[in-house]
Write a protein that binds this ligand. Structure first.
Ligand SMILES: NCc1[nH]cc(CCC(=O)O)c1CC(=O)O
Ligand SMILES: [Mg+2]
Length: 353
């Protein structure tokens, strides 16, 4: 059947243009606006919903007690001492946010070439995991695995002659994952983009009897300008030498993302992630459609900063932009989102649905 103006021509024999009560009414049988005429009607036909179950809340940690420090490039986001992180965990519980992600600001005196603080079983991340789990064992905790918060050069791996070493780095990452898992972390999230790290970490966890610790692989992670504010937050912005393009992906590629994801699944990833988020929604959709795996996206620091900055300038409605940006991930097929907006979103969902 030939289609013209939204309905088959064969069905258009009767003209509706004459005798209608409304002067100048167009001859339209199909009027998509009918389904948008009221809030109840919009709710009935809504295809995607955002709930608190979709949220993972990233927290930045800092040494000390009763300390909260603004991150300048992320208005509304703070670095928290462990006791304060426990308070935020309590808030997350009340808001029914299922999972927290932890990122440390490591004191510069503890950073070195090898990132040795990453494997200290008593480092800031491990302290926070233990403290949160002791008070709130029912909340999920995700720990990032990569060396950049701990290295003096700000790279995610070991360096020799200006090259980021793959296999040597993987050995350290396994030890980092093990101290975090032994501290009680539920999900290990390798964000380093070394080849083969998922398999090595899975093997290390299993050998230590940590069979139930999940792996969420930052499988398709791009070399991105949108990580800038995060590097301020963890204090690696000033120290980072060069860029991360020999290990993080080229932003021009999507087939490559599928190959990366396929490898991580084969190596034992329980969940996969695409990062950054909004500029890579096409990748989220392809990954979800191709692998049907639990698929997450990271709305990264730069995405947060853009919305927060524009809102603070009165250039856009920050709350609405926040909700719209998160719903976009659901539309693209994501099962959940790491977002610095998590507590704000959860509060809004609770009061306004
Ligand atoms: N490997 C570390 C890591 N884990 C998460 C982010 C970025 C998160 C954000 O920007 O919010 C980064 C930064 C980077 O790779 O340089
Ligand atoms: Mg990979």
């Amino acid at each position: 059947m030939a289609i013209k103006y939204g309905r088959p021509i064969e069905l258009r024999e009767v003209s509706r243009g004459t005798g209608t009560a409304v002067p100048h009414a167009l001859d339209l049988t199909v009027r998509p606006r009918r389904n948008r005429k009221a809030e109840w009607a919009r709710r009935m036909v809504r295809e995607n919903v955002l709930t608190t179950d979709d949220l993972i809340w990233p927290l930045f940690l800092i040494d000390g007690h009763n300390k909260r420090e603004q991150v300048a490039s992320m208005p509304g986001v703070e670095r928290l001492s462990v006791d304060q992180a426990v308070r935020e965990a309590e808030r997350a519980m009340k808001l029914t946010i299922p999972c927290l992600a932890l990122f440390p600001y490591t004191d510069p005196s503890l950073r070195d070439e090898e990132g040795s603080e990453a494997t200290n079983p008593d480092n800031l991340v491990c302290q926070a995991v233990r403290a949160i789990k002791q008070e709130f064992p029912e909340i999920g905790i995700l720990c990032d695995v990569a060396l950049d918060p701990f290295t003096s050069h700000g790279h995610d791996g070991l360096i020799s002659d200006g090259k980021i070493l793959n296999d040597e780095t993987v050995a350290v990452l396994v030890r980092q994952a093990l101290v975090q898992a032994e501290a009680g972390c539920d999900i290990i999230a390798p964000s380093d983009m070394m080849d083969g790290r998922v398999a090595a970490i899975r093997e290390g966890l299993d050998r230590s009897g940590l069979l139930d610790v999940q792996i969420m692989a930052y499988a398709a992670k791009y070399a991105s300008a949108f990580y800038g504010p995060f590097r301020d937050a963890i204090g690696s912005a000033k120290t980072l030498t060069g860029d991360k393009r020999t290990y993080q992906m080229d932003s021009a590629n999507t087939d490559e993302a599928l190959r990366e994801v396929e490898l991580d699944i084969a190596e034992g990833a329980d969940m996969v992630m695409v990062k950054p988020g909004m500029p890579y929604l096409d990748v989220v959709r392809r990954v979800k459609d191709t692998f049907a795996m639990p698929t997450f996206a990271y709305q990264v620091s730069g995405e947060y900063a853009m919305i927060a900055a524009a809102a603070n300038n009165g250039w856009l409605d920050g709350e609405r932009a926040m909700m719209e940006s998160l719903l976009a991930f659901k539309r693209a097929g994501a099962d959940g989102v790491l977002s610095y907006f998590a507590p704000k979103v959860a509060e809004r969902l609770r009061t306004q649905g």
